[in-house]
Write a protein of this length. Sequence first.
Length: 354
Amino acid sequence: MNNIALITGVTGQDGSYLAEFLLAQGYEVHGLIRRHSTQNTERIDHILEGPYNGTKFFLHYADTTDSSGLIRLVSEIKPTEVYNLAAQSHVGISFEVPEYTAEATGVSTLKLLEAVRMFGGSCRYYQASTSELFGGIPETAPQSEKTPFYPKSPYGAAKLYSYWITVNYRESYNMFACNGILFNHESPRRGENFVTRKITLAIANILAGKQEKLSLGNMNAKRDWGFAGDYVKGMWLMLQQDKPGDYVLATNETHTVREFVEAAFGQCGIEIKWEGEGVNEKGIDAKTGRVLVDVNPQFYRPAEVEFLWGDCTKAETELGWKRDVDFKGLVAMMMDSDLKEIAGMTCEEYKAKN
Ligand code: NAP
Ligand code: G4F
């Protein structure tokens, strides 16, 4: 049987890594893209410019809020696996656009599940669930598949609906539907307004003399940060099992935003010392005394998830999933990539010059 995948969110960080991974496994890959007023394919341009385009890799215009398009795609493509990665995925912005987030991140999942149930035959289904579901339960850590949910944002609440409707379709219609409860995963392709990429991009700009300082919100928040390339393998593994299930993917390590800042500057040979507290906190170059980091309450959220730390024992044991990149490796990869793009040199080269 030919393996045919349909990926929603193929232009996003995870979609681009997943498309690469599945093509390397010999899949025919179809990606759902939505229309933009400007071209929006930078994360997959290298695939579009390669030999897979038009032979194994195909893009289709649709929108996951539009069920007619989803029905058309599922019935025409006849995928053997559907990966539902599309979402309004920014937690902070979900407070600004709560109703749209409910549609795009919540109800759209139902629309796709219905399309698969009605026209997908024995197609397997992956739902991009999230550690944001755990939200406000810091006393239960590390968090696993057994930890209760308590979302703290419109995004988390929409994803909670998507999680349970996926479980419900599995139980009601015997569908092979899985939730990947993924902790934060990052890469050089991470959107520029998520905190890790904001930090590495700002540092690269500061070192290139193009930005004065980095302004952040809550630096005490703790996250379990892994590498997106490792996590897409886990998504695929979930759909290769005998039985469907729900799995946490994480690194089992947690760090504050402040520690990420320190590690990223450290990668370029700059030691940060901290002064002040709360909105008055400043990150200062220990050698020169220059203020490089400050706090801007504009980046605080109305409600915050303070602490995420994942236990991925089930995925390691049942799926044989393992990750190759640790926290230090992730910071180095992202910092190198942005510095190279902006200043034309790696962190090692920068350190040698300064
Ligand atoms: P991302 O970079 O923000 O990508 C989101 C993708 O969804 C983009 O391709 C976007 O298309 C697409 N999209 C959004 N709304 C859509 C709509 N109405 N119709 C069609 N496509 C739409 O997100 P990511 O980091 O790759 O994450 C992938 C998925 O995993 C998301 O569902 C996210 O919520 C979830 N997740 C992510 C993490 C993480 O740490 N990265 C952790 C847990 C769960 P455009 O390019 O057109 O905007
Ligand atoms: O990078 P973030 O925006 O990611 P967040 O909110 O953890 O959400 C990401 O991971 C989830 C999985 O747990 C995904 F479901 C979701 O789709 C997304 O990919 O923020 C991380 C932390 C937060 O506590 C935030 O308040 O960093 C804090 N932070 C501090 N200053 C900031 C900033 N976040 C952003 N985006 N920008 C800041 O300036």
